[in-house]
Ligand binder design. Structure first.
Ligand code: AP5
Ligand code: ZN
Length: 218
């Protein structure tokens, strides 16, 4: 299974990726998680990326494409992969097409902007694994602790309301065009064209999971 999860910031890509990667036994390639790891490690890339991420902008296509191409060389991608938060621009999508990176499904999770701010303000993450919770909608078993490791959960630096609004506008300006891009490719009937599936992303986390699994079974 090789798929792209498409959706606005806070649509639940990371939350659903967690279920999908386990079901299909594939790695989750989250460019956001990779960048946050670089920020934490204090690498030159991390230092540069942090400024852009905290402002709610996008890191340059060349950097992201390079990161993903390197990641795809690793052995665990042989069985498939799940892209979370990538591609995010037409040049990123084109680069994957040109490199012959196969995609079986594009799964769009649709959530209106009005629901996003509330989700982000209550989000808590386990920085090492990228596991994501919400204080009200998807709470951890023990308050403030990761379910698996028991380690502290944190708030992301880019979850401030002002930054979230900026990220949403960047999504509408630069990423939403990919809905059309992949729909057209899917409808083209070309060899290797992916299937396009769209699910409603509002509702209990488990309901969305069931919708995602059903969409990927068709
Ligand atoms: P990235 O980490 O990709 O952030 P994002 O796309 O903005 O998405 P999020 O991680 O914020 O949301 P999500 O859809 O994963 O939602 P989640 O499951 O956590 O990117 C961060 C930054 O890195 C970017 O701004 C950019 O600067 C840079 N970057 C990354 N990739 C890049 C690229 N390809 N090119 C250029 N720059 C790049 O859920 C959100 C919250 O809602 C959680 O609290 C969760 O518990 C809760 N929730 C989930 N599902 C539900 C539900 N059904 N009901 C209620 N609450 C729910
Ligand atoms: Zn995410």
């Amino acid at each position: 299974m090789r798929l792209i999860l498409l959706g606005a910031p806070g649509a639940g890509k990371g939350t659903q990726a967690n279920f999908i990667k386990e079901k299909f036994n594939i790695p989750q390639i989250s460019t956001g998680d990779m960048l946050r790891a670089a920020v934490k490690a204090g690498t030159p890339l991390g230092i540069e990326a942090k400024k852009v991420m905290d402002a709610g902008g996008l890191v340059s296509d060349d950097i992201i494409i390079g990161l993903v191409k390197d990641r795809l060389k690793q052995q665990d991608c042989a069985n498939g992969y799940l892209f979370d938060g990538f591609p995010r621009t037409i040049p990123q999508a084109d680069a994957m097409k040109e490199a012959g990176v196969a995609i079986d499904f594009v799964l769009e999770i649709d959530v209106p902007d009005s629901a996003i701010i509330e989700r982000m303000s209550g989000r808590r993450v386990h920085p090492t694994s990228g596991r994501t919770y919400h204080v009200a909608f998807n709470p951890p078993k023990v308050e403030g602790k990761d379910d698996v490791t028991g380690e502290e959960l944190i708030q992301r630096d880019d979850d401030k309301e002002e930054t979230v609004r900026k990220r949403l506008s960047v999504y509408h300006d630069q990423t939403e065009v990919l809905v059309d891009y992949y729909n057209k490719w899917a409808a083209s009937g070309q060899p290797g064209a992916p299937k396009y599936r769209k699910i409603e992303g509002v509702g209990p986390v488990e309901t969305i999971r069931d919708r995602a699994f059903a969409a990927l079974a068709e």
